[in-house]
Structures are given as structure tokens and as C-alpha cells.
Design a protein around this ligand. Structure first.
Ligand code: NAP
Length: 471
């Protein structure tokens, strides 16, 4: 085991807090979640200013993100008040021999225990200290230890201090929300390999996710790793969608792919088209529109270098025609649009990598069958967007089938950026978009990641009378 004083202290406090929090009722958990929401709202102006100084994301976006974070905390408070984490499936005893006869069975769920949560660089509020991972884990009955992200360390510390004050005010153990702000891989590894930690949530790079997954697998007891590691989010544009709307479509795409300098896990990185004159016009217009949009600085040097390297690789490929005025040289402050053929995309694995930032590769396919092949070649993605498949046909069924097999969310309108926090939301998908495609990291079903089923067989009344609240 790696010895790390800051991690060890936070984990010990979480361990001490875990038992009473697991046994807490809905009113207690909701009061904490609401209290955290209230505290964030009260400090809104100062928090947004601090976040802006560290991330350059701008006050408008950060205010919106903080509002979403507060909404999410309050939403999970409602979920626990409704009793979601305590729901129990009851099978009354049936007399007689098996398989028809059986004992009384109550299927309940128990919190996993202390969760390690890695803040995301690109969501300083909504996927950081008090973001979706923390709120869903607390709602499930698990303490959380947050690894702050080095792209916003002061904000991270400020929000952690706010959370600590709420815990103290409510008479709850401080170990319920721990915080490690060290900018070192060692602290992250020490955290995920600590025997007390029972689950890990992470949003970041493929390399970082793989390193953490390997460390988790090396534990004596491997634990669930909920990682979100990268997604290319293709948008399939069928001819119907382009009829009289080429410029409109280009504008919508340009705005979506440049939003937040493209630093969204759902930023559209691929546009797949049937080769045609309107499709060519769309690609040209997209390049022109993106050229006119100035991007704000990226979140960190690490992300900027990754973006520049990705754009450089695409723009220097003989198979890619660059559609923006400057491709590689001004990569960090300019968006990138290129176009290639489906044949090249299918035969060159290098064209399929996510370029995190405002980069979009358009793919010209010669048939619907080839569009489906392109989708199949991608692997996993958080989203696939389908424009112009509004009527039922053999071709549209083929495209939808390929899209469903590839992604956790299929959109028939609009753009994938902007992920609603709802009960029906699914933010995940096959590898590498998620390491656990059966679960979502956005929306209220995210709570399921931190609850383990346990069946109570022939349980006495005092156990059943707890109505699913663990002891
Ligand atoms: P990152 O480099 O993966 O870092 C995320 C967290 O993981 C940080 O806390 C980092 O530790 C830790 N980490 C990374 N590599 C590690 C390793 N080998 N061992 C232990 N811990 C490790 O992600 P980022 O800084 O946010 O951005 C870099 C790239 O990640 C982007 O260019 C993009 O490609 C991708 N990204 C993807 C998403 C997504 O939605 N999937 C979101 C953001 C970024 P430290 O704190 O010590 O640095």
C-alpha cells in the first residue's frame, strides 16, 4: 500500500463517517444535499469569479454550470426523500418445495462505502467537488473523498471549505466530504489503492483512466471504476436535413463544436455525410463559420498541447483536406475543420482518435451502408446525433441500429453539447466513452453506481421495519 499522509487522513475520516451515513434516513441526507446547494448559491458571485480566474470559461457559462450543480444537489435531495436508495423488492415466502416454494426474501441495497472522486478539469462545478458524482454518492449513503483538479485548485479548496462548514453546521462528520488537492499522480494512485476506498469515479483522459484502472486492478480487492474517458460524438447528417438548410446546419454545428473551446465530453468531433453537393457546401460553410469564432484560452497547458497535437496530426494527414484557414499552427486559439472519405476513415485508425477541443472531422460516405460502417468503426461514444432520419425506412433503421450499438444517448434533434439532468438521462456508453456502460454519470440514475444489492432472507421484523434503511 502507498503511504500518503494527506490521503490517509482523509480516508480515515471517511471510514469513521461511513457507518452512520449508510444508516441515515432520507430526511438527513436531503438536508445535507439541500444545505450544500444553499451554500453554493449564497457564495455564487465569489465562486464564479474565482472559477473564471482559474479556467477562463467566462462568467455566463460558469454561472450556468453553478446553477446546474445546485439543481443537481436539490434533485438528489428529492430522490432520497422519495426513498429511491431504500427501495426494497419483497418476495413473500411460498410454502412447498423449490423451485416454486421459497423463503421470504427482501432485496435491498446498501451503500458501497467511501468513494474516491476525481474532479474534472472541464467542469469546475458540475463534475468537481460538489458535482454530480459527489451528490449521487452522498445520496446513496457513501462518504466521498475528492481529488481536486490542478486546473482549478483554489476553487476546489474554496468549495471544499464551504462543504466542511455545512457539515459542521449540521452536526455531521467532516469526513463525509474529504478533499485532497495535491497535484500529483502519486496522491491519486494512493487514493484509489487505499483498501478503505470502495469505488472510484473519474472524468479525464484515456491515459489517466487506464493508469487508474490498472492501479485499481492491482488491489487485493479490485473495486468498481466509473471512468469517462473520451468520446467523439458523431453527428450523422442525412440529405433530408440539408434541404434548404445548409447554412443553418453549419451554424448550429460551428456553435456546438466551439462552445467552451470544445472542452466538453459531448463536443461533436465527427460529422458523417452522404457525399453530395449540399454535403460539400455544408463542410465548406462549417470551415468558414468556425474561422470566424475566436476561442478563449484552454483550461490547461496539458489540454492545449493535446489539442495542438491532435489537430497537427489531422491537418498533416494526406487523407484530410483542411477546411479552416489555419489548421495546425494556431491550434489552441482557432477551431479546426477537416474532411476525409469514409474509405480513408475506415482504413486509418489514426483518424478515429478524439481530439479534445474545437476540432471536427467531416467524413464523406458513398452509401448508407458505409455510414453504418463508419459508426461501427468508432467504438464507443457518449452520443450519436442523427439528423434527417425522421421517417421509417430500411436505411434509417440501419443507421439507428448502428447508432444505438455505439452510444448511450441517441439524439434526433439538436446537438449533443448540453446534458440534461433528468431521471431518463444516460451519460455513458461502450468503451472508451465509459468504463462501465451499464451506468450513467449524469442524471438521477447515477445513484445506482454506489448501491450494491443485498437480499435479506427470512429477515426478522426489526430488520424489515427499517424499510430499506441499512443498519
Ligand atoms: P487527465 O490528464 O486524465 O487528468 C485527470 C485526473 O487524473 C487528474 O487529477 C490527474 O492527476 C489524474 N491522472 C492523470 N493521469 C494519471 C496517472 N497516470 N496516474 C494517476 N493519476 C492520473 O485529464 P485532464 O487534465 O482533465 O485533461 C487532459 C485530457 O483529458 C484532455 O486533453 C482530454 O483529452 C481528456 N479529457 C476528457 C474528458 C472527458 O469528458 N472524457 C474531460 C476532460 C479531459 P493530477 O491532478 O495529479 O494531474
Amino acid at each position: 500500500m502507498n503511504f500518503h499522509p494527506e490521503v490517509d487522513t482523509a480516508v480515515a475520516l471517511a471510514y469513521d463517517a461511513a457507518g452512520s451515513w449508510a444508516a441515515s434516513d432520507g430526511a438527513c441526507r436531503a438536508a445535507l444535499l439541500d444545505g450544500l446547494a444553499e451554500a453554493l448559491g449564497s457564495d455564487r458571485a465569489a465562486l464564479v469569479a474565482l472559477a473564471d480566474s482559474e479556467t477562463h470559461l467566462g462568467a455566463a457559462r460558469l454561472n450556468g454550470e453553478l446553477g446546474r450543480t445546485i439543481f443537481q444537489l436539490r434533485g438528489f435531495a428529492e430522490v432520497v426523500l422519495e426513498g429511491v436508495p431504500y427501495r426494497t423488492v419483497i418476495d413473500e415466502a411460498v410454502a412447498g418445495l423449490p423451485p416454486a416454494g421459497h423463503p421470504a426474501m427482501a432485496l435491498a441495497r446498501v451503500p458501497l462505502g467511501p468513494v474516491a472522486m476525481f474532479s474534472a478539469s472541464n467542469f469546475p462545478f458540475a463534475f468537481s467537488v460538489l458535482g454530480g458524482d459527489t451528490s449521487s454518492a452522498l445520496a446513496a449513503g457513501c462518504p466521498v473523498i475528492v481529488k481536486g483538479h490542478p486546473a482549478h485548485p483554489r476553487l476546489s479548496a474554496a468549495v471544499a471549505e464551504l462543504a466542511r462548514q455545512v457539515l459542521v453546521t449540521q452536526g455531521l462528520p467532516e469526513g463525509l466530504i474529504g478533499h485532497v488537492n495535491q497535484d500529483s499522480y502519486e496522491s491519486g494512485i494512493a487514493l484509489v489503492t487505499h483498501p478503505v476506498i470502495q469505488a472510484v469515479s473519474f472524468t479525464g483522459s484515456l491515459g489517466g483512466g487506464k493508469a487508474l484502472a490498472a492501479a485499481i486492478q492491482s488491489r487485493a480487492q479490485p473495486i468498481p471504476f466509473y471512468g469517462e474517458l473520451g468520446s467523439v460524438n458523431p453527428i450523422v447528417v442525412m440529405p433530408k436535413a440539408l434541404e434548404g438548410k445548409v447554412n443553418e446546419c453549419a451554424k448550429v454545428l460551428a456553435v456546438s463544436m466551439t462552445q467552451g473551446a470544445g472542452q466538453f465530453c459531448t463536443s461533436p468531433g465527427l460529422v458523417v455525410l452522404l457525399d453530395s453537393e449540399p454535403a460539400k457546401q455544408l463542410v465548406d460553410e462549417l470551415g468558414r463559420q468556425v474561422d470566424q469564432i475566436a476561442l478563449h484560452p484552454m483550461l490547461s497547458d496539458r489540454i492545449q498541447h493535446g489539442f495542438e497535437a491532435g489537430v497537427s496530426a489531422l491537418s498533416s494527414s494526406a487523407e484530410v483536406q483542411v477546411k479552416t484557414a489555419r489548421g495546425a499552427k494556431e491550434g489552441a486559439t482557432k477551431g479546426f475543420v477537416g474532411v476525409t472519405t469514409a474509405f480513408a476513415f475506415l482504413n486509418n485508425e489514426g483518424l478515429r482518435h478524439e481530439v479534445f477541443g474545437s476540432s471536427c472531422l467531416c467524413i464523406m460516405a458513398s452509401s448508407v451502408k458505409e455510414i453504418a460502417q463508419v459508426l461501427r468503426a468508432i467504438g464507443g461514444s457518449l452520443t450519436v446525433t442523427l439528423w434527417g432520419v425522421d421517417s421509417e425506412s430500411e436505411e434509417n433503421r440501419l443507421i439507428l441500429r448502428a447508432a444505438q450499438n455505439l452510444a448511450g444517448r441517441v439524439l434526433f434533434k439538436g446537438v449533443p453539447t448540453g446534458v440534461a439532468v433528468t431521471r431518463a438521462q444516460h451519460h455513458g456508453g461502450p468503451w472508451p466513452s465509459s468504463t462501465q456502460p451499464l451506468f450513467t454519470s449524469v442524471g438521477y440514475a447515477a445513484i445506482d453506481r454506489f448501491l450494491r444489492p443485498v437480499v435479506l432472507q427470512d429477515a426478522p421484523d426489526w430488520v424489515l421495519d427499517r424499510k430499506g434503511i441499512p443498519v
